[in-house]
Design a protein around this ligand. Structure first.
Ligand code: DNO
Length: 395
C-alpha cells in the first residue's frame, strides 16, 4: 500500500517537514481555497505539486475535488459545471495526479455532534451522539418530521438534553455539526441552515441517484481517457441526515454507483469508519465485493452503540476487524500485481485520529491531529508489515 497523509495546505498548521517524520510517502490534498465548482487551474496545481515534491513527497490523491451542490440537486443547465469538473480532471492529470476522491452527500460532509469526546486513558475523539443529533434537529432546528428519524428511546433523552443545555453547549453542538465542511465552504447558523435545507425539500433518493448518474455519465468517460481513477467516498454517517437523502451508504448503494457507469475509473474510497458506523454494514464483505474498484483506503475504526450513536475508536480497536480488512486489501493488491499491472498499489491513509498529548494545543482541523494520526499510521503500518511478511495463503 502507498502510505499517505492528508495535508490541508495553507489551512494546515502541520508542516510538510513534520509529515516527513511519519514515514508516509504520499500526500493527499486539495486546492481547498478554490470555491466549489470552479476550475482548478494547471498553474495552481503545478505550484502545489512543486511544494509537495520539494518536500520529498508525491501528490497521490486529490481529496476532494468537490461536486457542486447544484450538481447534487440537479439544478437546471449544468453543462458549465460538468465542463469545469472535466477541466480540473484534465489539469490534475497533466500534472501527474491520477486519482480523485469526491463525495455525493447533499449539503453536509461528515457529521459529528462532539469534536472532543473524552476517551479512556486520556485524549479525545470525534463522536456522533444520536441523542444530541435528535436534540439539534427537533429543538434547535425545529425540523418537521425529525422525530420520525429516531428510535423512540432517543426522544425523551433528546428532550432532557435540550432542557438542561446551555447556550454554550448548543453553540458547540452547532459548530460540531458544521465542522465537516473542509476548505472553501459555507458554514451555517441555524437560520442559514434552515434556508439552505429548503433547496433540498423535494429531493428524493431517486432524484439524487439520477443526479449522481448524470454526473458520472458526464465525467467518468473523460476520467477514463485521462487515466484518472475517481473514487466516491461513502456517506458519513451512512444514513439520511437532516431529512436529506444519502445514496452511498451500503453495499447496494455502492453496487448501484459502480454499475451506473461500468468503468475502472468509477471507483470507491473504502472508508472503513464511514461504512462501519452502520452496524448493518459488513465492511469486510463490502471490501471483498468491490475490491477491484477500490482506489483509496481510509483506514479508521468506530465503536457503535445501540441507539445509533458511534465514537471514533483507535485504528485497531472498534467494531471492524482492521487486521482482516487490511488482509483483504493486500490480497487485492496481489491480484493486481499478478495481472502484471504497474499500478497495483492502493493508496491508504490513516483516517482521523484521536487528539493525544500536545495535539489539543495545535488547533488542527477536527479529526486531523499530528500525534493521533501518527499513532494510527504506526499501528496500521505494523499490521501491513506483519501480513506482508506472512504467506498470503495462510489468510
Ligand atoms: C473526513 C473525510 C471526508 C472526505 C470527503 C471526500 O474526514 O473523510 O471529508 O474527505 O467526504 O469527499
Amino acid at each position: 500500500m502507498i502510505e499517505s497523509w492528508r495535508w490541508y495546505g495553507a489551512y494546515d498548521n502541520i508542516q510538510l517537514g513534520e509529515i516527513a517524520q511519519t514515514g508516509a510517502e504520499g500526500i493527499v490534498t486539495a486546492l481547498h481555497e478554490i470555491p466549489y465548482g470552479e476550475v482548478w487551474t494547471r498553474e495552481l496545481i503545478a505550484s502545489r505539486r512543486k511544494q509537495i515534491e520539494d518536500a520529498g513527497f508525491t501528490w497521490v490523491m486529490a481529496e476532494s475535488l468537490p461536486v457542486h451542490e447544484r450538481i447534487k440537486r440537479g439544478d437546471g443547465d449544468l453543462s458549465s459545471m460538468f465542463a469545469n469538473y472535466r477541466q480540473s480532471l484534465a489539469n490534475l492529470a497533466a500534472e501527474g495526479v491520477g486519482a480523485v476522491c469526491y463525495n455525493f452527500m447533499p449539503l453536509l460532509d461528515w457529521t459529528r455532534t462532539d469534536l472532543n469526546a473524552p476517551v479512556q486513558g486520556g485524549g479525545t475523539c470525534l463522536r456522533f451522539d444520536a441523542v444530541r443529533m435528535a436534540a439539534f434537529e427537533i429543538y434547535m432546528l425545529e425540523r418537521e418530521d425529525a422525530v420520525d428519524d429516531y428510535p423512540a428511546e432517543v426522544l425523551p433523552r433528546a428532550a432532557a438534553w435540550f432542557k438542561s443545555s446551555t447556550e454554550a453547549s448548543r453553540t458547540a453542538l452547532l459548530n460540531a455539526i458544521m465542522s465537516g465542511l473542509p476548505g472553501a465552504f459555507d458554514r451555517y447558523d441555524i437560520d442559514g441552515l434552515r434556508e439552505a435545507l429548503k433547496f433540498y425539500d423535494d429531493l428524493t433518493e431517486d432524484d439524487l441517484r439520477e443526479n449522481c448518474k448524470r454526473f458520472l455519465v458526464e465525467v467518468v468517460p473523460a476520467a477514463e481517457k485521462l487515466g484518472i481513477r475517481l473514487c466516491v467516498h461513502p456517506d458519513d454517517p451512512p444514513r439520511d441526515i437532516l431529512g436529506m437523502p444519502r445514496i452511498v451508504s451500503n453495499a447496494e448503494d455502492i453496487a448501484w454507483i459502480m454499475c451506473a457507469v461500468d468503468s475502472q475509473s468509477n471507483g470507491l474510497t473504502l472508508c472503513a469508519g464511514s461504512l462501519g458506523a452502520d452496524p448493518a454494514n459488513d465492511v469486510q464483505a463490502i471490501a471483498r465485493q468491490f475490491a477491484d474498484r477500490i482506489h483509496f483506503a481510509h483506514l479508521r475504526n468506530v465503536a457503535t452503540e445501540r441507539d445509533g450513536s458511534f465514537e471514533e475508536a483507535q485504528h485497531l480497536a472498534g467494531d471492524t476487524d482492521m487486521v482482516n480488512l487490511i488482509g483483504t486489501i493486500l490480497d487485492e493488491e496481489n491480484r493486481r500485481r499478478t495481472e502484471g499491472r504497474l499500478d497495483w498499489q492502493i493508496v491508504m491513509r490513516p483516517d482521523h485520529g484521536h487528539e493525544l498529548l500536545s495535539d489539543a494545543k495545535r488547533c488542527n482541523p477536527p479529526g486531523y491531529p499530528m500525534i493521533g494520526r501518527l499513532r494510527g499510521l504506526a499501528e496500521l503500518r505494523g499490521v501491513i508489515c506483519a501480513l506482508e511478511s506472512k504467506d498470503h495463503t495462510l489468510r
